[in-house]
Write a protein that binds this ligand. Structure first.
Ligand SMILES: [Zn+2]
Ligand SMILES: [Zn+2]
Length: 286
């Protein structure tokens, strides 16, 4: 088993705890978003007594180092700052129950992406595409949660249409695009839900392009969900569409499908996503 396979456990938590299962944190609904707090099975840290620091050696004069309990605090803070919607409080890889071969394959792809992720190195992005109501967002949220809890990574969830609305309102208050996009540009992993769901204005295209190029330049990956499959070349720099890291639950259970095809059918919007996200961000990060 490699380091990336092993599950993170917090030594101060009850390994048999039915709430945290040993990772020491409890996820809860905090208004419209997910919050996180120390699980009730965790008492005061026996190593540092709550100071956050322990001696690195036997001698009193040895330098101090951060205690293991601080890793739990970082994870709790990062989950609280992730902006994952509260409705996804139960969305984990464990709670995703594949009902057919395609779903099993996508779950495996998501798990292998997590295993391969290495903070500080170049990581390819991953797009989950497919029709509405098949669990793309569930899986992306599950991945973001595992990045935080298992790996201590800083993540941010954003729904594309909400991002556009926030930016427009920011402009009205004379805030610059640069300041508004900064937090999304710097977080280690950004998850964008519903890419391409919009009116396909040039403003939307510019925002997406700006965000993608900032993260590309900083060597930071994007996860995304979209209704658009990586289609054929649009003539705007798609060199190898087949090389895109993406996964689609092609044959999801028909009973789960709720057709909301309004934006999906808009060819123009699909072209925007294909050009900017698939072509630029994902081929570029290979
Ligand atoms: Zn617990
Ligand atoms: Zn401690």
């Amino acid at each position: 088993m490699t380091k990336n396979d092993s599950r993170w456990v917090y030594s101060g938590a009850e390994q048999s705890c039915s709430v945290c299962h040993g990772d020491g944190l409890e996820v809860y609904r905090d208004g419209s978003r997910l919050g996180a707090r120390t699980c009730t099975c965790v008492g005061e840290c026996a190593l540092c007594g709550g100071t956050g620091f322990v001696a690195s050696g036997e001698d009193r004069s040895d330098p101090v180092r951060r205690c293991h309990c601080q890793h739990l605090k970082v994870r709790i803070r990062r989950l609280s700052e992730s902006a994952i919607p509260a409705r996804h409080d139960k969305s984990t890889r464990v709670s995703f129950k594949p009902t057919n071969h395609a779903q099993t394959a996508v779950l495996a792809r998501v798990s292998s992406w997590l295993k391969a992720y290495n903070a500080g190195e170049t990581n390819r992005g991953l797009i989950l595409y497919g029709d509405v109501g098949r669990g793309k967002t569930h899986l992306m949220v599950a991945l973001l949660r595992d990045l935080i809890v298992q790996r201590g990574v800083s993540v941010r969830f954003v729904e594309f249409s909400h991002l556009l609305a926030d930016l427009k309102s920011g402009f009205q208050h004379r805030q610059s695009t640069s300041a508004l996009l900064k937090p999304l540009s710097e977080v280690q992993v950004l998850g964008i839900d519903e890419l391409g769901k919009g009116r396909n204005t040039s403003f939307e295209g510019t925002v997406l392009d700006e965000l993608v190029s900032r993260r590309y330049n900083a060597d930071l990956p994007i996860l995304g969900t979209t209704n658009y499959a990586p289609g054929p070349s649009t003539g705007v720099g798609v060199a190898n569409a087949a090389d895109v890291d993406s996964a689609s639950p092609d044959e999801w259970d028909e009973a789960q499908v709720r057709e909301e095809a309004a934006t999906r059918q808009r060819d123009g919007s699909g072209r925007q996503v294909r050009r900017t996200v698939y072509a630029r961000a994902f081929d570029g990060c290979g």
